[in-house]
Design a protein around this ligand. Structure first.
Ligand SMILES: [Mn+2]
Length: 288
């Protein structure tokens, strides 16, 4: 396995609750990604620059551009990027970076594990929060500054994307994904078919016809009764143990190019439960 390079994104400007900006620092302090079996080292923790005085959009655009370059460089060095959020708007930078690195090699697939769809644009959003928009941006919809990072081309084709764990969403974003034909696997379907089978389908969608795929894990996919350390908790989620078990499917898959673990909010955590869950998911997916 390629050595893992951890890139923190200490930014909560895209979330209504900015506390997840402290997530990467806490997770680094708690050493949750330090495991003897997995060669992993912190590369950097990125912070918003002076553009944050202007507007959240300006700050996140600049931060995501920097993040995209970092991710691209890590891949160039034959390492595995693990981006640690911060709010989920960092996904725009992460996957723009992987897309940039892929270049003419082929398309990028993405498995989006989240309680929410994160597929709003400014036309449909009720909150205006940018962490509710990254998937739409990556598909080429939404704020032009954010869809044009690296290149104006969409970073993802709808047929290569699958959402898993969804249970809280608004009509406008659901309509966009439906129009595009993006596969959404909600909790109800997961409860019928099981986590392993539905994750296997998501991986197949992200792999078929692509040059590789990524996995974006929003910790709010987990049930908040067990893991409360997130900014937008939604009840009826996955147990950490069942997601861990299913994530074993990712181990040693050479088609998996990068991963994200985002939205850890240490100020809502209880006895480091959610921090430990982040480490457990990391080991489940990348261990042996
Ligand atoms: Mn999310």
């Amino acid at each position: 396995m390629h050595p893992v390079k951890l890139i923190g994104v200490a930014c909560g400007l895209g979330a209504p609750d900015h506390g997840c900006a402290d997530g990467p620092l806490f997770l680094r302090e708690l050493k949750v990604f330090q495991d003897g079996d997995i060669p992993a080292a912190w590369e950097d923790i990125l912070r918003p620059g002076p553009a944050s005085l202007e507007s959240p959009i300006a700050a996140i655009t600049e931060l995501c551009s920097r993040l995209a370059t970092h991710v691209q460089n890590v891949l160039e060095a034959d390492h595995f990027p693990l981006v640690v959020g911060g709010d989920h708007s960092c996904a725009i930078g992460t996957w723009s970076g992987v897309h940039q690195w892929l270049g003419t090699r082929g398309s990028l697939g993405l498995v989006w594990i989240d309680a929410h769809m994160d597929s709003h644009t400014f036309v449909t959003t009720p909150s205006g929060a940018l962490n509710g928009m990254p998937l739409a941006c990556l598909l080429g919809y939404g704020e032009q500054a954010l869809t044009a990072i690296g290149t104006t081309a969409p970073k993802l084709h709808p047929e290569h994307v699958c959402l898993l764990g969804v249970r809280s969403f608004e009509e406008g974003e659901a309509a966009l994904l439906k129009k595009l034909g993006v596969r959404v696997i909600g909790m109800e379907e997961i409860r019928k078919r099981g986590v392993p089978a539905t994750l296997a389908e998501a991986i197949t969608i992200a792999s078929n016809g692509t040059a590789g795929y990524g996995v974006s894990i929003d910790l709010d996919v987990l049930d908040p009764s067990e893991e409360p350390g997130v900014g937008s908790p939604a009840s009826g989620g996955l147990l950490c143990s069942e997601l861990e078990q299913a994530l074993h499917q990712l181990r040693d898959d050479p088609a998996m190019l990068a991963m994200e673990i985002v939205e850890y909010n240490p100020h809502h955590d209880r006895g480091q439960l959610t921090a430990k869950a982040a480490g457990a998911l990391f080991r489940a997916a990348l261990g042996r």
